[in-house]
Design a binder for this molecule. Structure first.
Ligand code: FAD
Length: 452
């Protein structure tokens, strides 16, 4: 490894630090959800954290690192779940927090610097009558760059699909590790190689995503005597084209007691559905809930709740926040990421829910993929051993359930139905031939110098 003091001297004028506590902090994400990744990643840290304030500084950092063969791992909010922003080989962590300004909204597309927090971006868009189509349940801490490069599914998925749907990611300005590093402006399918590739194919400096007209979303919690009617309600809600909606998650009865803030409202032993719905459709929602035996047990203004640090928007019980809510009280659990079949969705859900009920607490989210609606799931799983985890994964797969394994480090092993189509490997060979961007995360890539 090149001398870090020399590298830091060369980068004089750019905000940087070698403070050990800060290096440790900026080298971590939420990989510890997985006992397997925890064992692999604990203790990994960068040697230098650099916080550029513009594209020129990003290019200076990449040039200096390329010349010295120093790895660079990009970091947004550090909320990823699979160690995506943990530097496996040390080097520089490129903290994008200093590049967070919105640029413009044109024809319903927002352009923004990649380090913008999604909550700030959404609030800025709302002031102009728009909102983001999609956001992760970590909206209050995650960045748009991290969402495109490391996430891509979440709130809004019930209406708009995921970030891999054509049109949901309009384009980006991307800094490469070529000789010399350069800025590429990529649009449409050209930009696919930086979509969900964990920052291995370039550093996004600016991002363009489409917006949708802002709604005054209502958070609604509906309790059901059992998981099955709750799930039937959820799918019917998802398919109801006349109801504008942003989210619908379903939780088996073991989970609501962990949801501080609404747990008291949910009768013991009841399953729960959490939805975000437009005010105009509250009447239709009430009817649909009643038809399935559901009772509304809590309701709030979703937009006001997310602006108030003291309150919990309901999406912070959904998606991968469900796991976090349980982990806050019980460190003995982990989770899975699944996608159920489009046909006979509930049959597959029930097959695994009933079979593993003591070990796997079912949590599903309604979502669209390629124009079809199904449920994805982030069930909470009681951790015992790696062998048992893989037995459960195999049993899910035998039911036709796709697993995007959250207990592995590489894009290829972990993405499954979340993999974005496109020649990511070919792009990586062009944009980062030496393999200095987040090394170790793209399994099929061999650096130019190693291949020679
Ligand atoms: C409680 C909890 C709930 C979650 N819920 C969801 C959810 O609903 N949906 C979802 O998709 N994910 C979810 N996640 C995962 C994660 O929060 C999101 O994917 C989030 O969008 C990541 O953004 P970030 O800024 O924290 O990215 P980081 O964790 O900082 O980075 C993620 C990846 O993107 C890369 N990266 C970051 N910025 C750039 C850039 N500018 N250019 C190139 N590469 C970059 C990093 O190198 C890393 O590989 C959840 C995680 C937790 C802990």
């Amino acid at each position: 490894m090149a001398d870090i003091a020399e590298l830091a001297a060369e980068l004089a004028g750019i905000e940087l630090s070698t403070d050990r506590a800060l290096l440790r902090l900026k080298s971590r994400d939420f990989y510890w959800y997985s006992p397997i990744l925890k064992q692999q990643l604990d203790g990994k840290a960068a040697d230098l954290v650099v916080r550029p304030k513009d594209e020129a500084e990003v290019l200076r950092v990449l040039s200096a690192c390329r010349a010295r063969r120093v790895p660079v791992t990009v970091r947004g909010g550090g909320t990823g779940n699979y160690g995506q922003c943990v530097p496996l080989e040390g080097g520089v962590v490129l903290d994008m927090a200093g590049m967070a300004a919105p640029v413009a909204i044109t024809d319903g597309v927002v352009e923004v610097e990649a380090g913008a927090k999604m909550i700030d971006l959404d609030l800025w868009c709302r002031e102009q009558g728009w909102e983001l189509k999609l956001w992760p349940s970590t909206k209050r801490t995650a960045t748009i760059g991290g969402f495109v490069a490391g996430g891509g599914a979440g709130v809004g998925g019930i209406a708009h699909g995921t970030m891999r749907e054509r049109g949901n990611f309009v384009g980006a300005r991307v800094a490469t590790m070529q000789d010399p590093p350069a800025i590429l402006d990529l649009a449409g399918a050209e930009a696919a190689p930086v979509n969900r590739t964990y920052g291995t194919t370039g550093v996004m400096t600016r991002i363009r995503v489409p917006l949708t007209p802002a709604q005054a979303w209502r958070d609604v919690a509906i309790a059901f005597p059992d998981f099955v009617p709750a799930s039937r309600f959820a799918l019917e809600f998802a398919f109801a084209d006349g109801i504008p909606k942003k989210m619908c998650g379903v939780f088996d009865s073991q989970l609501p007691p962990y949801f501080k803030g609404i747990s008291d409202a949910v009768p013991a032993g009841h399953a729960l559905a959490l939805v975000m719905v437009a005010p105009a459709a509250l009447g239709a929602l009430r009817e649909l809930a009643a038809e399935h035996g559901g009772s509304i047990v809590a309701e709030q203004d979703a937009v006001a709740a997310e602006r108030d640090p003291e309150r919990t928007p309901f999406y912070e019980y959904c998606w991968n926040h469900t796991t976090l809510q349980v982990l806050k009280k019980d460190r003995g659990v982990t989770y899975l990421q699944c996608r159920f079949p489009f046909e006979d969705t509930l049959k597959a859900v029930e097959a695994v829910r009933i079979r593993f009920r003591d070990e796997v607490w079912m949590h599903t989210e309604c979502v669209r993929f390629g124009g079809r609606t199904t449920m994805s799931a982030l069930p909470v799983l009681r951790w015992t051993t790696r062998e048992r985890l893989y037995e459960i994964i195999a049993a899910f797969e035998a039911e036709g359930i796709g697993i995007a394994n959250p207990h592995v480090l590489t894009i290829e092993e972990g993405s499954n139905y979340r993999r974005v189509p496109g020649d990511q490997l070919g792009f990586k060979r062009m944009a980062d031939p030496l393999g200095l961007l987040n090394p170790g995360k793209m399994r099929d890539f061999t650096p130019e110098n190693a291949a020679a």
